[in-house]
Ligand binder design. Structure first.
Ligand SMILES: Cc1cc2nc3c(=O)[nH]c(=O)nc-3n(C[C@H](O)[C@H](O)[C@H](O)COP(=O)(O)O)c2cc1C
Length: 389
């Protein structure tokens, strides 16, 4: 059933490739890496690569992951951890644990239920899904699928009327914040996709706008892509205009420097996402988690900061929080959960992360989110020659 569902939404060339893939014997995945391994075996190479890949040499992609391995815990003893509570709030909304679903286009590439399944899993897990405007279902369809809290991600378009229309559509459908992605300024060079000749995905949120991705549409001659719709000349003035007129809180995504974080705080946004788009846009940036301290130092307590990129373990989440993040987002692991078992797979991915967060918090002697602070971690060995006898 699951594989049939995947095949139904694959373009013909992907279907052909899929037929050559043998279903592996399933063992129970116990961590997010297992989910990726299983998903890789299920999926055609083209579908796996568009999700797993990054820009050019994929240095940032790898760094997003490896940076977490360089951060070490300083666990405390004799703290009462008989009750560990990973719940927190983001923009006043309670979530059961500090992990949200990052906006990521085309969940339908790996499962026919796409974002409908992801939204249900997020709601069941007690967290927020940030829906990509490049979703496989419309934002209204996703809103109807689950009643959990959700935010919407969109871009700044050349046509400011379209920018505001999207924002109002999201509000009307019950989304409670708008994530504005600012880091993908032009088409990135994702070499795996170029080699695979990746076919475009349909973009139902943009129906009727003459997008090549949505062709054919009755009576419409396609003339442009989503990238063409976006305003690549947008500057801080555009943000000012949007913040003044937005019907919902505004969350810029893709901040990677203290300077831009500070500017965001001066331009009236509600919170920010520190992100390098999972290594998908500009290669050889620092890992997102590496710039967290810089960002937090630049804005102090002015607003909440979220981070994504390479988060695969509960310990990664706790490290990000120790560095000042309010919560984190995950992108690729949602696809792996979906590919393996649809809604149940995404829910299991979230359950595993939550369990690992609770275990890490207990082991560290930090039983609540509020008790996690910078003293929990160190980036270098605490070697002090004067103290060594
Ligand atoms: C396949 C894929 C599609 C994505 N699509 C979007 C998108 O439509 N909008 C957006 O703001 N970010 C998008 N992202 C970036 C994610 O929001 C997030 O920043 C990134 O996936 C986090 O890194 P991780 O995958 O290592 O968790 C996408 C990422 C991937 C892997």
């Amino acid at each position: 059933m699951r594989l049939t569902a995947i095949l139904a939404i694959m373009p013909q060339e992907v279907n052909d490739e899929r037929r050559t893939v043998k279903k592996p014997p399933i063992s129970d995945p116990i961590n997010l890496f297992d989910y990726e391994t299983l998903a890789r075996k299920f999926l055609p190479q083209v579908a796996y690569d568009v999700i797993a890949g990054g820009a050019t040499d994929e240095i940032t992609l790898r760094r997003n992951r490896s940076a977490f391995d360089e951060i070490m815990f300083r666990p405390r003893i004799l703290v009462d951890v008989s009750c560990v509570d990973p719940s927190t709030t983001v923009l006043g909304q309670r979530i059961d644990f500090p992990v949200m679903l990052a906006p990521a286009g085309s969940h339908g590439r790996v499962h026919s239920d796409g974002e409908l399944a992801s939204a249900r899993a997020a709601a069941a897990a007690g967290t927020i899904m940030v829906l990509s405007s490049a979703s496989s279902f419309t934002l209204e369809e996703v809103a109807k699928a689950a009643d959990g809290p959700r935010w919407y991600q969109q871009y700044f378009y050349r046509d400011r009327g379209l920018t505001m229309e999207m924002a109002h559509r999201a509000k009307d459908a019950g989304y409670s914040a708008l994530c504005i992605t600012l880091d993908s300024k032009t088409r990135p060079k994702k070499e795996r996709d170029l080699r695979n000749n990746l076919p475009p995905s349909r973009l139902p949120n943009y129906a009727g706008l003459g997008l090549i991705e949505n062709s054919p549409e009755p009576g419409i001659t396609p003339s442009r892509t989503l990238m063409d719709l976006r305003d690549h000349s947008a500057t801080w003035d555009y943000l000012d205009w949007f913040v003044s007129n937005s019907p919902l809180p505004v969350i810029p995504k893709g901040v990677m420097t203290g300077e831009d974080a500070y500017l965001c705080s001066q331009h009236g946004v509600d919170s920010i996402v520190v992100s390098n788009h999972g290594g998908e846009v500009l290669d050889t940036t620092f890992a997102a988690v590496e710039v967290l301290s810089e960002v937090v130092a630049a804005i102090g307590n002015a607003m909440e900061v979220y981070v994504d990129g390479g988060i695969r373990r509960g310990s990664d989440v706790v490290k990000a929080l120790a560095l000042g993040a309010r919560a984190v987002l995950i992108g690729r692991p949602v696809f792996w959960g979906l590919a393996v078992d649809g809604e149940a797979g995404v829910l299991d991915v979230l359950r595993i992360l939550r369990d690992e967060i609770e275990t890490t918090m207990a082991m560290c002697g930090r039983p609540s989110i509020g008790s996690i602070d910078g003293s929990l971690i160190s980036a270098s060995p605490p070697l002090n020659p004067q103290r060594i006898r």
